[in-house]
Design a protein around this ligand. Structure first.
Ligand SMILES: Cc1cc2nc3c(=O)[nH]c(=O)nc-3n(C[C@H](O)[C@H](O)[C@H](O)COP(=O)(O)OP(=O)(O)OC[C@H]3O[C@@H](n4cnc5c(N)ncnc54)[C@H](O)[C@@H]3O)c2cc1C
Length: 301
């Protein structure tokens, strides 16, 4: 079995950027998280496949991240390899009215590309700070839109190391759920079927959604977005506010004063602070309203 430095060498030899003892707080929108043994950045299917194979052969734990905008990483960090998909420099393509892009592409870049090409349907996603792959995995959504309305297919590296194409109808897309949560595949590309519209009208809708976000969300603080899923028939933020928890703090973690559905990092918050605060919120909301909140944020490490 290869040791950490040998795994790092092997990853570098196939052209990946590798950081040893990478501080995960630098790779998450929460700015929280201890060291990952190795943080490897890959920009192609081939590299993803080779790293997956390398880790499997050497019994090294492997997890994939996109932009780290829906993650709470433990203060103890992550053992093994964290693979970060980087599609910042990839160019989406249009084939027969369908946009095809790299899963590591920032969602924002995809939305701008769609707008510039007069294709509508992704405006809702403009302010979501993740990658395309993370958005498909989470079936991200906002303002009555969600990925399931526009996704056509995605390609993913399966546990057997091969790349397969999955059609939208086979993705089991539901509220913040996809089949990729069940099969631990790594999404490498995705295709979106959109509708023609005028670029400036699409742009106006994107700007309006962005304005709503700035007005309602505590974007000035690190967070992972809405911390809890929306319970059926309720809004998590309204329940939390109704329980008088706005501004409630544990260490550096706080229930946002601006939007009670967000837990924010006031500075120096640990993952334990966030978990303790989330527990308090869950218990109080359950006592007051009989509704058990479920986290939307993925805990890692
Ligand atoms: C300020 C703010 C606002 C937000 N607003 C919204 C919103 O309006 N709507 C919404 O739905 N979310 C929102 N989010 C949450 C987050 O941006 C989304 O969930 C986003 O889709 C996560 O993408 P990511 O690339 O950052 O994924 P990460 O956070 O890196 O990863 C999240 C999960 O996805 C998995 N994953 C990531 N990429 C892949 C891939 N290529 N293949 C397989 N699995 C993968 C990871 O393993 C992990 O389990 C917000 C977050 C913030 C900080």
């Amino acid at each position: 079995m290869l040791q950490k430095t040998q795994i790092a060498l092997a990853c570098r030899s196939i052209g990946c950027d590798v950081r040893e003892n990478a501080i995960m707080a630098e790779y998450t929108s929460f700015h929280i998280g201890g060291y990952a043994d190795l943080l490897v950045t890959a920009d192609s299917n081939d590299k993803v496949q080779r790293i997956k194979k390398l880790c499997a052969e050497n019994n090294v734990p492997l997890m994939l991240i996109g932009n780290g905008s829906n993650l709470l990483v433990s203060d103890n960090g992550i053992r093994g390899v964290v693979l970060k998909l980087d599609g910042r420099f990839s160019n989406p393509e249009i084939q027969n009215g369908v946009i095809i892009c790299h899963a590591g592409l920032p969602l924002k870049s995809l939305c701008r590309f769609a707008r510039d090409n007069g294709l509508s349907g992704l405006e809702f996603a403009y302010g979501i700070p993740g990658t395309v792959g993370g958005a498909v995995y989470m079936n991200a959504g906002a303002y009555c839109g969600q990925i399931s309305n526009v996704i056509n297919w995605a390609e993913a590296v399966y546990p057997d190391g091969e790349v397969y194409r999955v059609q939208a109808e086979d993705m089991k897309l539901g509220y913040r759920h996809s089949v990729f949560m069940e099969n631990r595949c790594f999404i490498t590309s995705a295709a979106f079927r959109l509708k023609p519209d005028e670029s400036h009208v699409i742009g106006q809708r994107m700007d309006e959604f962005m304005r709503l976000r700035r007005d309602k969300q505590p974007l000035e603080y690190p967070s992972a977005g809405s911390f809890f899923k929306r319970p059926k028939g309720y809004f998590a933020g309204a329940l939390i506010e109704g329980s008088g928890l706005k501004g409630c703090r544990v260490g550096g973690a706080q229930v946002s004063e601006k939007h009670a559905g967000f837990i924010i990092n006031l500075g120096g918050a640990t993952s334990n602070d966030v978990l303790k605060l989330a527990d308090q919120v869950i218990n109080k909301v359950f006592c007051d309203h009989g509704v058990r909140l479920q986290p939307e944020v993925c805990f890692v490490g």
